[in-house]
Design a protein around this ligand. Sequence first.
Ligand SMILES: [Zn+2]
Ligand SMILES: [Zn+2]
Length: 452
Amino acid sequence: MKITDLNPVGQIGAHSQLVEIGSFRLLIDAGLNPEKVGLEACPAFSKVEPGSLDFIILSHCHLDHLGTLPLIAKDQRQAKILLSTPSMSLAVRMLTNSHNVMRHQKEELNLPEYPLYTRQQIQALKKQFLPMFYEQARCFKRGDDEIEITFFRAGHVAGAAGFLIRHKDERVFFTGDVLFTPQKTLPGARFPVNKIDTLVMETTRGTQSRPQDQERMDEVSRLLKATKDVLDGGGSVLIPTFALGRMQEILAIVHEAQQKGSLPVSAIFCSGLGLDLVNYFDEISRTTGLIHFRRKILKDLHVQELAGSLKPGRDVPQRGLYILSSGMLVEHTPAYQVAASMLSNPKNGIFFVGYCAPETPGGRLLRTAREEVFEFESLKYKTPARAQFERFDLSGHADREELLDYALAVDPSTIILTHGSNEARQWFMQALKDALPKTAVIDPTPLEPYTV
Ligand SMILES: [Zn+2]
Ligand SMILES: [Zn+2]
């Protein structure tokens, strides 16, 4: 197998890999880098000849995996796009939103190349979609050559998959983004445990270890307690979340806490895309049973869509709980605007529940000391960081120790690291060398082909 990482900047970036195995050529994911804009945010698709791919495999619908799918697919109309059934509806919805965001950014940031694709090109993807069911292998033939692809449940977010590619005697497994622990709305990953030749694995949490005695549920309790304290103290809480998955998970957690009486009833605000995705989650839950979520939660919680005018430095007009995207507090998003309203008031709380890339505003805020001046650059607004802000470890990604255990269980000859900061990859490189001394561990240089 030959594999080329097409994410030009390493780190997490725009996830995309070109895989050549036997006579087959596959692309794994087509992401958009959340830390960059314009063509800089795209994978190096110039390395993929038009009309050359047999398959594009989509691991899940977060934009760092999905955001440039129409861009590559328009030159690869012969390629089948393999994706889980929940991803079929979510992908179109997420891309349509991304298209709208790009239309606004075009003027604002002077990006003539935006939007990177048209609405018609998003719709045209549907003709290429080939639904995959978990743990049901599909075999594809060309002449004497044959490849078998199997999707496995990856936890993480609705529709997420790891996948096994078998070609002759060679077995290659891609973890995609994975969470082994079950969430309120989603069961954890179920991956194959027999011998694998090459393991391509994500490394998001390589720099964080979870203390032995600390469970995910403890973090849920800590988040609820902190939220209750702020609300009881007369402040508002902002929980920045990804619109896809994380927002619905937090809503389910808040719903349960309110029903049990452990969280006071308060006004709850969400942003548009996350609220709309609730309908998709309800549908996926009812039709596939792969997730557990009901639209009724919104009604029970009297969730309102964020509206009205916000001004940096002037506190939010209504006290309450704000569950808004983006999870990394990226500029020009509802969470960013609301954070600029809340940060100067010490009664408020800003509670992060997922990964923040270091150079995003969320990443910067988490490195800021209390009372230190924080700048909302695109709003041209600075304030001392007076609100409480904190990170709760409810990541959608597996603990590094769990990934290590998985690698040990499948005992691969080669491991290829992906989807993590340089430091995170270094931790895995060392830990894997210690645990599996006979295994070759590769941290690929972007755009360089590796034969394994
Ligand atoms: Zn993801
Ligand atoms: Zn990702």
